[in-house]
Design a protein around this ligand. Structure first.
Ligand code: C2E
Ligand code: CA
Ligand code: CA
Ligand code: CA
Length: 279
């Protein structure tokens, strides 16, 4: 029994050690990723449940490294947050996405918006608002065509600072969206204290709509609440017709999910959703 214990301890230790070393490896590879041009952006359509038009897109970062292959942002964003590199990565995402939007606006002449994910660390950057406003000016993009997605954990710490930054962004017309709604502890109080324009119901609620009456009740309650508060409601992770119909009937404004379209690179996005709509 004792040997068993020490063996499993040793095993556990080795596992931790190898996780740590792969984390260190990932962090060091991520440091050079921007320079080596390994980072890119994908775009996933937002579809209006009324008009059925593509009205915008969420911007999702991608990292392909020759050694590691394709790495999920859920893995490397967290590492970049710890190392502080998220400031640089976040700026890369903002700059590249707004540049892309300017290009699309010129070509397709559409009022189409982009939603960009923002890490809580970026909110602490005292130049954040200036950086964003300068980019909007540079690319001649009106503020309302940029939406910033924040999760609840972005707001848990240091409320005053976040409130100041968010209201400044809001004054420039930039829209704010509360991401992964319903998964945190105090979603409702955030809606009261911050100037959000829209709410994204987390995928985990949408996933069970087909099978769980409780999920259906929860989702329709959240949608009704958003409607009452005059917040735009995005249903994310919509994967089939049933889910799409259900949320639309309940009053969701925007569909997002594989059923409507997976995240794709800029060229594919334009081909699938922009080129066809100019004629
Ligand atoms: P998120 O903000 O909740 O983004 C939605 C995630 O759900 C994306 O995963 C998207 O590909 C995926 N998704 C969309 N529709 C469906 C669906 O119908 N079914 C399923 N199963 N999944 C769907 P992705 O691209 O892997 O991103 C994961 C997370 O990484 C994001 O979650 C976000 O928290 C973070 N992230 C991605 N890009 C950025 C970025 O530029 N900056 C920051 N700070 N975080 C980012
Ligand atoms: Ca998001
Ligand atoms: Ca989300
Ligand atoms: Ca999420």
């Amino acid at each position: 029994c004792e040997t068993g214990n020490s063996n499993s301890y040793k095993f556990f230790n080795q596992k931790m050690e190898s996780e740590l070393s792969s984390r260190i490896q990932m962090e060091s590879l991520l440091r050079g990723a921007l320079k080596r041009d390994e980072l890119s952006l994908h775009y996933q359509p937002f579809v209006c449940t009324q008009s059925k038009n593509v009205v915008g897109a969420e911007v999702l970062i991608r990292w392909h490294n020759p050694t590691l292959g394709q790495v999920s942002p859920t893995e490397f964003i967290e590492i970049a947050e710890h190392s502080g590199q998220i400031i640089e990565l976040g700026y890369f995402v903002l700059r590249s996405a707004l540049k892309q939007l300017a290009y699309w606006r010129e070509l397709y002449n559409q009022d189409f918006y982009l939603a960009i994910n923002m890490s809580p660390i970026q909110l602490k950057d005292s130049y954040l608002v200036d950086k964003i406003v300068n980019l909007l000016e540079l690319y001649k993009i009106p503020g309302h065509l940029l939406e910033i997605e924040l999760t609840e954990n972005a707001l848990i710490h240091d409320t005053v600072c976040a409130q100041d930054v968010l209201s400044k962004l809001n004054q420039h017309g930039i829209r704010l969206s509360l991401d992964d709604f319903g998964t945190g502890y105090s979603s409702l109080s955030y809606l009261q204290h911050y100037p959000f324009n829209s709410v994204k119901i987390d995928r985990s609620f949408i996933r069970n709509l087909d099978t769980s009456e409780q999920s259906r009740q929860l989702v329709s309650t959240i949608i009704a609440m958003a409607n009452n508060l005059q917040l735009s409601l995005v249903a994310e992770g919509v994967e089939n017709q049933f889910q799409a119909d259900f949320v639309a009937t309940q009053g969701a404004n925007i569909w997002q999910g594989y059923y409507l379209g997976k995240p794709v690179d800029a060229d594919d996005f334009a081909q699938q959703y922009l080129i066809t709509s100019i004629t």
